[in-house]
Design a protein around this ligand. Structure first.
Ligand SMILES: Cc1cc2nc3c(=O)[nH]c(=O)nc-3n(C[C@H](O)[C@H](O)[C@H](O)COP(=O)(O)OP(=O)(O)OC[C@H]3O[C@@H](n4cnc5c(N)ncnc54)[C@H](O)[C@@H]3O)c2cc1C
Length: 509
């Protein structure tokens, strides 16, 4: 690292200058969800050691941990430590960090973490975390009353248990699970409690991340000579910095900051390393059928909540159409059911298809989703059942939406049906929005001819550093790298922090 102090200490936006150039070399995380927060914690100098006297229930791991107890986990060989671990993630480092934080959780145990955290400010790495909204990422968009799929303790971040925070807030877990609102608040609290706010710049939208080319450098250098950025930054190691620029080892991150008046202030940051932590919930998947852009067709659950609030739909309206058979569609059905709004529910799979998420969830733990599954099975258009205000259309797909608010469906035999609807909610998943990267980030994916997709085609990373195989200095964490659950995104953060510490030569001798 070129700078010793925290880079935010000089970060300021001067509205008089466009764009604001931050001539500061730091590391930069795009996205301020749980992945970005966990990474910021580690980069702020919080270093994990094995707690003296603790015994990990995994005997081989315990033996490895005993070999060098004085060396922090972040400085150890993550490949060696994680070798042979098994669990619900494909990522060895995600399994390692998870089992150190929650040693026996997959066996129903509640053993305490074997880690202890030391705050070593001399090992902090200057960084900024940029994000559109308050810290917490996707959790600020998920309907607040929705209950997490995961157990509450799996949603927690290092060294601040969710249950302890909930107890202090006098809130309880429901069936061991928390509401999305609690989770969003907990993440905001985490950032404040760990003193990370100074690294977070919220209300920031990144529009471009590019390797700096020599041409850009010259215009950048020219801008500096005009004195546009001197008021923000000093350059004690300018020569070194210029070397970095000349060698093309820098990223230019452009974007804008939203201000309270609704205006936008452009900015430009230069960073040695950039971590993509932007999640995968920004671009809802479309059906790609005629009429999908009509104003009564929506792609977000929040639009249904809004419509109910604004009385655009009620128990006397034509049914709302919900398309999809995932948990978001199920949440929409539960919400509509709760508000007595009539629903037509269309999905392509059979109700007993083993790939359907409802067939994979234990009934005892998820009674609400089990209820939706029951409705899907028992109340299809072909055989009316006991539930009011709900009809399911299994193995149907939407052919088109018409301006007169009729929707045309086709079943598996090719027969068409037409229903009147009041509004439609297409809830069939989402894709990352990587439009800020060259070629939408496709070149970084495992199959570099297909768009990035968290389940089918994540970004191709080194499993022990999370550095992109195709672009050195660029990292990806969270669902972008194939880690879809909060308990596992944290391993990616550990891998990145470990790699950046090595690069910065901040490892102890
Ligand atoms: C409905 C729903 C329910 C879920 N339930 C669970 C659950 O029970 N348990 C669980 O473990 N996981 C659950 N998940 C998944 C969980 O939300 C993700 O694993 C987790 O949030 C990923 O964290 P992240 O930090 O990588 O990304 P995110 O939380 O998605 O955060 C990324 C942030 O980056 C921002 N961003 C994107 N592009 C830009 C840009 N260009 N400029 C600036 N900012 C940008 C986004 O707006 C977002 O705020 C659920 C997800 C959804 C949608």
């Amino acid at each position: 690292m070129l700078y010793r102090g925290p880079c935010d200490s000089k970060f300021s936006i001067n509205p008089g200058k466009t764009p604001t150039h931050l001539r500061h070399l730091c590391n930069d995380a795009e996205g301020n969800g749980p992945s970005g927060i966990c990474l910021s914690y580690l980069l702020s100098g919080y270093i994990p050691y094995i707690k003296r006297g603790s015994v990990h229930p995994h005997p081989i791991l315990q033996r490895k941990l005993e070999e060098t107890p004085e060396v922090s986990i972040i400085d150890q060989d993550l490949e060696y430590l994680s070798e042979g671990l098994e669990g619900r993630s494909q990522s060895p480092v995600a399994l390692l960090f998870d089992t150190l934080l929650r040693p026996d959780t997959d066996f129903g145990g509640t053993a305490e973490s074997v880690l202890t955290w030391w705050h070593k400010t001399n090992r902090a790495i200057p960084h900024l975390v940029l994000g559109r909204n308050p810290p917490g990422g996707a959790w600020h968009f998920i309907e607040g009353s929705m209950i997490t799929l995961s157990q509450g303790e799996w949603m927690g971040l290092p060294d601040l248990q969710l249950k302890d925070w909930m107890r202090k807030k006098r809130r309880g877990l429901r069936n061991n699970r928390a509401t999305a609102e609690d989770i969003a608040q907990y993440y905001q609290h985490y950032v404040a409690k760990k003193g990370l706010q100074k690294n977070f710049i919220c209300g920031t939208v990144v529009t471009s991340v590019r390797k700096v080319s020599p041409d850009v450098n010259s215009s950048y250098a020219q801008q500096d000579s005009e004195g546009n950025s001197d008021s923000f930054w000093d350059f004690p190691e300018k020569e070194k910095e210029d070397d970095q620029i000349a060698s093309g080892n820098l990223f230019q991150v452009d974007g804008f900051i939203k201000n309270i008046n609704g205006g936008q202030q452009p900015f430009s940051i230069y960073a040695e390393n950039v971590v993509l932590a932007t999640g995968t919930y920004d671009s809802p998947t479309n059906l790609g059928v005629n009429g999908e852009n009509l104003p009564f067709v929506h792609h977000k659950l929040s639009a249904l909540e809004e419509a109910v609030k604004n009385k655009k739909v009620s128990m006397t309206s034509d049914p709302v159409l919900i398309v999809g058979a995932g948990l978001t569609a199920a949440d929409a059905i539960l919400f509509a059911h709760h508000c007595n709004i009539p629903v037509i529910h269309a999905f392509r799979r059979r109700v007993n298809d083993p790939g359907l998420i409802f067939n994979q969830l234990p009934k005892m733990m998820y009674p609400e989703y089990h209820k939706v599954h029951q409705m899907m099975k028992e109340q299809s258009v072909a055989c009316p059942g006991p539930y009011e205000c709900y009809i399911s259309l299994p193995e149907h797909h939407v052919l088109s939406f018409r301006e007169d608010k009729k929707c045309v469906f086709q079943d598996k035999s090719g027969h068409q049906k037409i229903f009147n609807i009041s509004m439609a909610f297409v809830l069939i998943g989402s894709n990352p929005n990587l439009s800020f990267l060259p070629n939408n980030g496709i070149d970084l994916a495992i199959d570099n001819e297909q768009p990035v997709n968290s389940k089918r085609n994540p970004i191709d990373i080194d499993p022990f550093t999370y550095q992109c195989v195709q672009e050195k200095g660029l990292y990806a964490v969270g669902p972008l790298a194939g880690d879809n659950f909060v308990r596992f995104v944290q391993g990616g953060a550990l891998a990145v922090a470990s790699s950046l510490l090595k690069k910065a030569n901040k490892n102890p001798p």
